[in-house]
Design a binder for this molecule. Structure first.
Ligand code: 2P0
Length: 352
């Protein structure tokens, strides 16, 4: 009977990454090819991660299924998920074609079960960890020999930022030049061990779903913002070089200034979109002011804020300044009148 067939299974986790040079804008919406390169820090999985199990069996109903946080997902209408799965299956099929002794997993239905330990779609990069975990879990199930860099090409098609979650440490996603996306890949700029003092404090102001999803928001910006082209063509390329140098030299003040400026430029292009897009709110801005106040009071740059497509803040700092930065931020923004609801997650930013 079918229920006697073996079940092949692989489980993995994938981390969240928080960009310091932001991805915003696509030159190809099907392949998720970006208009500018981006760079992120991968978090440690201590507080934020996706846990995914992929399994394949002839016992399963014919269609692939995906369950996210206990809810079945409509993957047959999700072109991105289908693209990831068909790319992975094709790689498995070529292994099977080359070695007849391998079980024909590529012909079996997949069952994917995924769980975030943090609010989904609240601007906490859940799609990045989610697609990275999906690709890694199926690649493990299929025992694919491809490197994280090669798998990043597949994860990118699930969600652009997901390509950066396949590696630890400091990760760049290069725009690439090819129309087929073959060179639009993530690569490690520095390993986690290069700058182990780096810390991140994640401040959650709202765990509710955001108003304008990233994909839609960036399309509006590309189509309507005058500032957008300047950022993509002249501002970001210089910042990529400068922040890579700052990471190489472990120069926190430089890293911090570029990070804060690029977050601000990204949100400026959102405000410059038509109709304007607001991801930050008054509570977010209170965190911006506090970080500048702390840096001014200390007399050196010890903290950097960055905001994604939502009001939550991520604050980077070095371990030696934990008390000064995380202590002050939690004391001031943790007070109920601040509007910050929490939770606040502390993370060793780059240990995976
Ligand atoms: C980033 N964000 O670099 C930027 C900063 C949000 C602001 O990547 O359409 O969910 O799936 O490719 O990856 C969010 O965009 O968008 C994002 P899709 P994604 O982290």
């Amino acid at each position: 009977t079918p229920s006697d067939q073996p079940v092949y299974r692989a489980t993995t986790t994938a981390p969240v990454n928080i960009a310091v040079i932001k991805y915003w804008g696509k030159r190809d919406t099907t392949l998720n090819l970006p208009t500018n390169s981006s760079l992120s820090v991968t978090l440690s999985q201590r507080s934020l991660r996706t846990l995914t199990t992929a399994s394949a069996s002839a016992n399963y109903p014919a269609e692939d299924t995906l369950n996210l946080n206990g809810k079945p997902q409509e993957i047959q209408s999700s072109k991105r998920t289908l693209a990831c799965l068909s790319n992975l299956r094709a790689l498995r099929k070529s292994l099977e074609d080359a070695d007849a002794s391998l079980p024909k997993l590529s012909a079996l239905p997949l069952r994917i079960v995924s769980e975030n330990n943090f609010p989904t779609a609240a601007g906490l990069a859940s799609s990045a960890a989610g697609f990275a975990a999906l690709v890694r879990a199926v690649a493990n199930l299929y025992q694919l020999p491809q490197s994280p860099r090669e798998l990043s090409r597949i994860a990118r098609q699930g969600s652009g930022s997901a390509c950066r979650s396949l590696m630890g440490g400091y990760v760049a996603w290069r725009t690439g030049e090819q129309a087929d996306g073959s060179d639009s890949l993530a690569e490690e700029v520095a390993p986690a061990s290069h700058w182990p003092e780096m810390r991140a404090l994640i401040l959650v102001v709202s765990a509710e779903k955001k108003d304008v999803p990233s994909t839609e928001g960036m399309q509006t910006t590309v189509a309507t913002s005058d500032l957008f082209a300047t950022r993509a063509q002249s501002v970001v390329p210089e910042r990529m070089d400068a922040i890579e140098a700052a990471i190489r030299d472990r120069d926190f003040p430089k890293f911090a200034e570029i990070t804060m400026r690029d977050s601000n430029t990204f949100h400026a292009t959102c405000l410059d979109s038509w109709p304007p897009i607001f991801y930050m709110n008054d509570v977010s801005r209170a965190a911006v002011r506090l970080v500048h106040d702390i840096n001014r009071a200390v007399g050196r740059t010890v903290a950097a804020y960055t905001f994604d497509a939502g009001p939550n803040a991520v604050i980077y700092y070095e371990e030696k300044d934990s008390e000064l930065v995380a202590g002050t931020v939690k004391a001031i923004l943790g007070a109920s009148a601040s509007g910050w609801e929490g939770p606040f997650y502390e993370d060793l930013a780059n240990l995976t």
